[in-house]
Design a protein around this ligand. Structure first.
Ligand SMILES: [Zn+2]
Length: 186
């Protein structure tokens, strides 16, 4: 995942779904969402391990004079990075010297859907379900494969979509002013 996605998704989730969250602290610790990608310069393994957030969050806890919120935000932001990298991550490094590549893609079609409805309503045997495709699988690669990827994404399709949604939100904010208060649309 590229930096924009690594940053935007967990920070927006935290702010949107935890209205009581301390916004200042969320923003102060939000750069931790990007920290593991220092691995790009270090060989891309150590900071992406599931063990890494525990160590770094303990440091944050000590340096923040034992601030529990700081510790929890650190854990959240660091683990969010690993979750978003599940497509290609040395998750158990250094205990497990392999890269996990988790792909989850499930497809459907109108015909498959109507067959499912038929089967559920007792209207047919539900044949044709196989046209729902899935190429979901976890694949393990040797750690050496990491060295072969000398490039890292800067902007991908997901990032572009998020940027467009962000622009639309700004437009909404710009043009909804005065509308919501006037009773229009209520
Ligand atoms: Zn990463």
């Amino acid at each position: 995942m590229e930096p924009l996605v690594h940053y935007a998704i967990p920070v927006l989730f935290m702010l949107a779904l935890n209205p009581d969250a301390d916004r200042k602290k969320v923003l102060r610790y939000s750069p931790l969402t990007l920290l593991p990608d220092l691995d790009f310069f270090l060989g891309h393994a150590l900071l992406h391990s599931v063990f890494m957030p525990i160590g770094i969050s303990s440091l944050v806890y000590q340096y923040s004079r034992k601030d529990r919120t700081a510790w929890m935000l650190s854990m959240f932001f660091l683990y969010s990075h690993i979750i978003l990298d599940l497509g290609w991550v040395a998750i158990l490094y250094p205990l497990g010297n392999f890269i996990l590549s988790l792909q989850v893609n499930i497809y459907t079609s109108p015909k498959a859907l109507s067959n499912i409805i038929k089967a559920m309503t007792g209207g047919g045997p539900g044949e044709g379900l196989e046209i729902i495709n899935s190429d979901s699988k976890p694949v393990l690669y040797p750690l050496e494969a990491m060295g072969k990827s000398e490039i890292s994404p800067l902007l991908t399709q997901v990032g572009l979509m998020l940027a467009l949604l962000y622009l639309m939100t700004l437009l909404y904010r710009r043009f909804s002013r005065g509308v919501e208060g006037s009773g229009i649309g209520t």
